[in-house]
Design a protein around this ligand. Structure first.
Ligand SMILES: C[S@@+](CC[C@H](N)C(=O)[O-])C[C@H]1O[C@@H](n2cnc3c(N)ncnc32)[C@H](O)[C@@H]1O
Length: 298
């Protein structure tokens, strides 16, 4: 094992729970074969890695995560597979890819249910906590820094660009009026206080888009995804496959274009694969999941 990360508490490790999405489609699409070496770029709680290990004999997995809690949880969940899994604490964008070693690569993007359900990680506007939102708690920028230090114009721009929030300017103005804001709930209340009633009591909470935008900015999610998709194909063997699950249109657009424009890849999914009715009924998180797969050609 190759973990060099902050040590999380045991309690944190045991709280990790996450139902892997599009599991059957992902494993079938990757055509896992005995003795193959696979990269799980987002191991999370280890759900997809376990399915890779169970799909064929003697599979090896390199399992990356930028969150120490996730790695600890995955190690626990995959006890018994120590010989077959190499855990790596890294951002997938800064991982040093070696040429032509993986038979398949998977990434299941974004945050896990654990992140959303653990108040102190600060991802949820429903749970009171400091505005944090870092997946890697080793980095310094937090959501509180962005909310309290950035200009009104910059805030409006990120809410519009990464949250696709129509009321971005109005919300940015209210945030600046109410600063400093320290907690998720204070921020959610500030947002709710400046939107029309129709919006406040609509289908989704009025803070949803702003929270998405902040998460993307704090973790630089779109940039690291682009970098990863530029570097990863080179580390596939010829015929090796890359399968990416994304959860919102900004990510899916990057995945679609990067796979299509890579000279090393042939896209196998003309349209993204989405969850079947049975999965949707069991796991609401699968509602927005899109899976795209490509194969290395040379
Ligand atoms: C949706 S969860 C993955 C769940 C996993 N497939 C499972 O079955 O349990 C996403 C995980 O990817 C990690 N992650 C997100 N972006 C990352 C990045 N740029 N580099 C490394 N890990 C990342 C998060 O910390 C989180 O643990």
């Amino acid at each position: 094992m190759n973990i060099d990360s902050p040590t999380p508490s045991d309690a944190e490790a045991t709280m990790f729970s996450h139902i892997p999405v599009l599991s059957r489609e992902l494993i079938e699409g990757l055509a896992v074969h005995p003795g193959g070496h696979y990269l799980d770029a987002t191991v999370g709680g280890g759900g997809h890695t376990r399915l890779l290990l169970e799909a064929a004999l003697n599979v090896q997995v390199t399992a990356i995560d930028q969150d120490a809690d996730a790695l600890a949880a995955a190690q626990k969940y995959l006890a018994g597979y120590e010989e077959q899994v190499n855990f790596v604490y890294s951002n997938f964008a800064t991982y040093e890819f070696t040429h032509g070693i993986f038979d398949g690569i998977i990434a299941d993007l974004g945050v896990s249910s654990y992140h959303l359900d653990t108040p102190e990680r600060g991802f949820s506007f429903r749970l009171a906590a400091n505005l944090d939102m870092r997946m890697d708690r080793g980095q310094s920028l937090t959501a509180a820094d962005v909310i309290n230090d950035w200009d009104e114009g910059e805030l409006a721009e990120i809410f519009f660009k990464y949250g696709e929030e129509r009321l971005s300017r109005r919300i940015a103005r209210r945030i600046v009026e109410r600063r400093p804001l320290q907690t998720t709930v204070e921020l959610a209340e500030a947002i709710a206080s400046c939107v029309p009633p129709k919006y406040r009591y609509g289908r989704i909470h009025p803070a949803t888009r702003v929270f998405q935008a902040l998460r993307i900015v704090v973790n630089d999610e779109l940039k690291v995804l682009e970098t990863f998709l530029e570097k990863a194909p080179n580390s596939l063997v010829p015929g090796g496959r890359i399968a990416i699950i994304s959860f919102h249109s900004l990510e899916d657009r990057i995945v679609k274009h990067s796979l299509r424009n890579s000279p090393l890849l042939r896209v196998l999914t003309k349209k993204p694969i989405t969850a079947q009715e049975s999965e949707l009924a069991q796991n609401p998180r699968s509602r927005s999941a899109k899976l795209r797969i490509a194969e290395r050609i040379d």
